[in-house]
Design a protein around this ligand. Structure first.
Ligand SMILES: Cc1cc2nc3c(=O)[nH]c(=O)nc-3n(C[C@H](O)[C@H](O)[C@H](O)COP(=O)(O)OP(=O)(O)OC[C@H]3O[C@@H](n4cnc5c(N)ncnc54)[C@H](O)[C@@H]3O)c2cc1C
Length: 352
C-alpha cells in the first residue's frame, strides 16, 4: 500500500484524499488549516461551466459538474445542491453571444423572458427583460465538502505547517513540518496560495496572481432565492439555513482587483445591493470570510507531475467547481491508470 502525503485540507486536498484512498492508498493530510482549508472557507461555492477562459477550460469545468454528481451518488448526504443559475451578468447582444457560445459547446441554456424570470424568482425587485438559465449548475460550501470528503476518505490529518519538502536521490520523500518530518512514498501539493512557496526551493517558480476575495453571509431569510442568481451588480445564492451568500465583488470570477477596499464600505455596499435585489426583506450582515484566491498567472488550473519524481501539484481557482474532476483525473495518473487529455492544457510544466 503506497503512503501518499497530501499538503492541504481544502476542497482540492480533500478531493484528492478521497480519490487516492478509494484506490487503496494510505493517505496522510498535513495542513495549517485542517478544518476546511483557507480559500475553500471563503468561497461562494458556485459550481459552473458558464464561466471559462478557453475551450479546454470549459470542457474541464463541464466534466467538473459531472464529477460532482458522481461524488454525490457515491456519498449521499454531501452538501451539494443543483438549483441552476439564473444569469444576466451581461445583457442585450452580449447575453445572446453568451447563450450562442455556450450552446455551441453543448451546454444547456434556457432563454428566459421577463415573465419567466418573475415566475422563477418572484422576490426579485428589479426584473430584467431577459436572462439565461443554466440548469446544470449547482452550489456547495467547499469547506463543508472538504470536511465530508476527508471524513469519508479515512485519511490521517496532521495539523502542522510544512516548512519544506524532503527528497532523496532526486525523488520526493515527504515533508519537514514544525512538528517533525513526515515520510511518504509520494507527495501531492494541494496547498492553494501556499503552493508556490513550497515549490520555490526546488527551483520551480509557480507564478500566481494576487486576488483577494470576500464572501458575506446574511441573517436567515424566507425562501427568496431558489436559484444561483448572477446579476450585473451582484451574485447571490441562498443556503440551507436561508442565509444569502454573496461575494463582495460583482462577476467575482473575472474580478482582477488586487485589493479589497475598506471592510465596512465593501460589506455595506454588498448589503445595499442585496436589499435592492430583494426589497422588503430585513437583510443584515451575519458573518464574512476573506481569503486570497489561488489563481495561477494565466487564470487556469495547474494539475500534474511536479518538478521531481514522486511529487504532484494541484492548485486552481474555481476549485469548488474543479476539485472533484481534477482529483479523479490526477488520482488515475498517479496510479498510472490513464493520462487524461482533459488535463493536457493545465500541466505545471507550462511555467517551467
Ligand atoms: C471569495 C472567493 C469566492 C470563490 N468563489 C468560487 C466559486 O463560486 N466557484 C468556484 O468554483 N470557486 C470559487 N472560489 C475558488 C475556490 O474556493 C478555490 O479555488 C478552492 O477553494 C481552492 O481550494 P484549495 O484546497 O486549493 O485551497 P485552500 O482551501 O486555500 O486550502 C489550502 C490548504 O493548504 C494548506 N497549506 C498551505 N500552505 C501550507 C503549508 N506550508 N503547510 C501546511 N499546510 C499548508 C492550508 O492550511 C489549507 O488547508 C472562490 C474563492 C474565494 C476566495
Amino acid at each position: 500500500m503506497a503512503h501518499t502525503l497530501i499538503i492541504g485540507a481544502g476542497v482540492v486536498g480533500a478531493s484528492l484524499a478521497h480519490e487516492l484512498a478509494a484506490r487503496g492508498d494510505q493517505v496522510t493530510i498535513v495542513a495549517t488549516h485542517p478544518n476546511g482549508g483557507v480559500a475553500s472557507a471563503a468561497s461562494f461555492g458556485w459550481l459552473n461551466a458558464s464561466y471559462y477562459l478557453s475551450e479546454a477550460h470549459y470542457h474541464l469545468r463541464h466534466e467538473g459538474l459531472a464529477a460532482h454528481r458522481r461524488l454525490t451518488e457515491r456519498l449521499p448526504g454531501l452538501p451539494t445542491t443543483w438549483p441552476g443559475c439564473l444569469w444576466f451578468e451581461a445583457t442585450g447582444d452580449a447575453q445572446e453571444e453568451t447563450a450562442t457560445g455556450l450552446s455551441a459547446l453543448g451546454y444547456k441554456v434556457e432563454c428566459l423572458t421577463k415573465r419567466d424570470i418573475a415566475a422563477r424568482l418572484p422576490a426579485l425587485g428589479p426584473m430584467p427583460e431577459t436572462a439565461l438559465f443554466f440548469p446544470e449548475e449547482g452550489a456547495a460550501d467547499p469547506a463543508d465538502l472538504a470536511r465530508a470528503l476527508i471524513a469519508a476518505s479515512g485519511a490521517k490529518v496532521i495539523h502542522a505547517t510544512v516548512q519544506s519538502l524532503t527528497e532523496a536521490q532526486g525523488k520526493a520523500t515527504g515533508a519537514l513540518t514544525d512538528s517533525g518530518p513526515i515520510l511518504a512514498d509520494r507527495v501531492v501539493i494541494a496547498a492553494g496560495t501556499g503552493t508556490a512557496g513550497l515549490l520555490r526551493p526546488l527551483g520551480y517558480e509557480l507564478p500566481m496572481l494576487k486576488r483577494p476575495g470576500l464572501t458575506i453571509a446574511t441573517n436567515p431569510q424566507p425562501p427568496i432565492c431558489p436559484v444561483i442568481l448572477a446579476t450585473p451588480v451582484q451574485e447571490v445564492r441562498q443556503d440551507a439555513e436561508g442565509r444569502l451568500i454573496a461575494p463582495a465583488a460583482a462577476d467575482h470570477q473575472s474580478d482582477t482587483a488586487e485589493a479589497l477596499g475598506s471592510f465596512p464600505v465593501v460589506v455595506n455596499a454588498t448589503l445595499t445591493r442585496l436589499r435592492t435585489l430583494f426589497p422588503g426583506h430585513e437583510i443584515h450582515f451575519a458573518r464574512q470570510a476573506m481569503a486570497l484566491r489561488p489563481v495561477p498567472q494565466d487564470g487556469l488550473p495547474v494539475a500534474g507531475p511536479g518538478p521531481i519524481p514522486g511529487l504532484w501539484i494541484a492548485v486552481m481557482h474555481s476549485g469548488a467547481t474543479l476539485a472533484p474532476v481534477v482529483a479523479e483525473l490526477l488520482a488515475a495518473e498517479i496510479h498510472e491508470e490513464a493520462e487524461s487529455p482533459l488535463l493536457q492544457d493545465f500541466r505545471p510544466a507550462r511555467f517551467a
